[in-house]
Design a protein around this ligand. Structure first.
Ligand SMILES: NC(=O)c1ccc[n+]([C@@H]2O[C@H](COP(=O)([O-])OP(=O)(O)OC[C@H]3O[C@@H](n4cnc5c(N)ncnc54)[C@H](OP(=O)(O)O)[C@@H]3O)[C@@H](O)[C@H]2O)c1
Length: 221
C-alpha cells in the first residue's frame, strides 16, 4: 500500500494516477475532500481517500487510525509556497508557510515513525531545490525547506538500525496550482508538468533487494 500526502493536487495527484495505473492500493490525503474525490474517481477501485490537515496533530493521528496495514511506501508531497522580498512579506502568511511545510512534516513523520519504525517502509519526503541553495525572493520558502531537510537528515540518524528508510526529493519548478496559491504571478510554460516530474520520481523510487536511491534531484531542463 502506498500513502500519498498532497494528493489532491499537483505532484501528489500525478503520482496517484501513475501508481493507480499499476493497480497499486493507495491512500490519498490532502485537506480538500472534494478535490481528493475528483482525483480518485477515475482511479482504480483500490484507491481510497481521507482528508487531513497535517498541521493539526489530532487530524494526523486520525489519518493514521484509518490505516489498517503498514504502508510499503509513503510519499509526502504536501506543502505550499510564499514568496517575495522579506520586507514585503506578511507575518500571518509566513506562519502559514512554516505550518504547511515544516510543522506538517514534523507531525506527519512523528506519527509515522511512532507507528511504523519497525516496518520496512520507504518514506519519500518531497522538498525542493530551494532546500539546496539560497534564492533571492524565496528566503522564507528556502528557510522552510531547509528546515525539512535538517529534520530528515536528523531522523535518518535516529532511524539507523531500523528497516524504515527516508528518501529525500528535491524537485525544480513544476507547473501546478502551487504557484497560484503561493500568490506568485509566474509564467510556468517552461516548467515540468506534474506528470513529467511524477514519472521521473516513480522511476527513481524503484529499488533493488539490497539498494535504493536515497537522494533525488529533479531539475527542469
Ligand atoms: N510546484 C513547484 O514548482 C514545486 C517545486 C519544488 C518543490 N515543490 C514542492 O512539491 C510539493 C508538491 O507541490 P505541488 O506543486 O504539487 O503543489 P500543489 O499542487 O499546490 O499541491 C500541494 C498539496 O499539498 C497539500 N497541502 C498543503 N498544505 C497542507 C496541509 N497543511 N495539510 C495537508 N495537506 C496540505 C494540498 O492540499 P489541499 O489542496 O487539499 O489543501 C495539495 O494537495 C510541495 O511540497 C512543494 O513545496 C513544488
Amino acid at each position: 500500500m502506498i500513502l500519498i500526502t498532497g494528493a489532491s493536487s499537483g505532484l501528489g495527484a500525478a503520482l496517484a494516477s501513475l501508481y493507480s495505473d499499476d493497480n497499486e492500493k493507495l491512500i490519498l490525503t490532502g485537506r480538500n475532500q472534494q478535490r481528493l474525490e475528483q482525483i480518485s474517481t477515475p482511479l482504480n477501485p483500490q484507491v481510497t481517500t481521507h482528508a487531513s490537515d497535517l498541521c493539526d496533530p489530532q487530524s494526523v493521528a486520525e489519518l493514521f487510525d484509518t490505516i489498517e496495514e503498514a504502508p510499503d511506501t509513503v510519499i509526502h508531497c504536501a506543502g505550499s509556497g510564499y514568496f517575495g522580498k522579506i520586507e514585503d512579506q506578511d507575518p500571518a502568511a509566513i506562519k502559514q508557510l512554516l505550518d504547511n511545510n515544516v510543522t506538517s512534516t514534523i507531525l506527519f513523520l512523528r506519527e509515522l515513525i511512532q507507528r511504523y519504525r519497525d516496518h520496512k517502509v520507504n518514506v519519500v519526503v518531497v522538498m525542493s531545490t530551494a532546500a539546496q541553495a539560497g534564492k533571492a525572493g524565496e528566503s522564507t520558502y528556502c528557510a522552510a525547506k531547509w528546515a525539512v531537510r535538517g529534520l530528515i537528515e536528523s531522523l535518518r540518524l535516529e532511524l539507523k538500525g531500523y528497516p524504515m528508510k527516508i528518501i529525500a526529493v528535491y524537485p525544480g519548478g513544476m507547473a501546478t496550482r502551487f504557484w497560484k496559491t503561493s500568490g506568485k504571478d509566474l509564467n510556468t510554460s517552461s516548467f515540468m508538468t506534474a506528470t513529467e516530474a511524477a514519472s521521473m520520481l516513480k522511476q527513481a523510487l524503484v529499488g533493488t533487494e539490497h539498494g535504493y536511491i536515497s537522494d533525488i534531484t529533479i531539475n527542469r531542463g
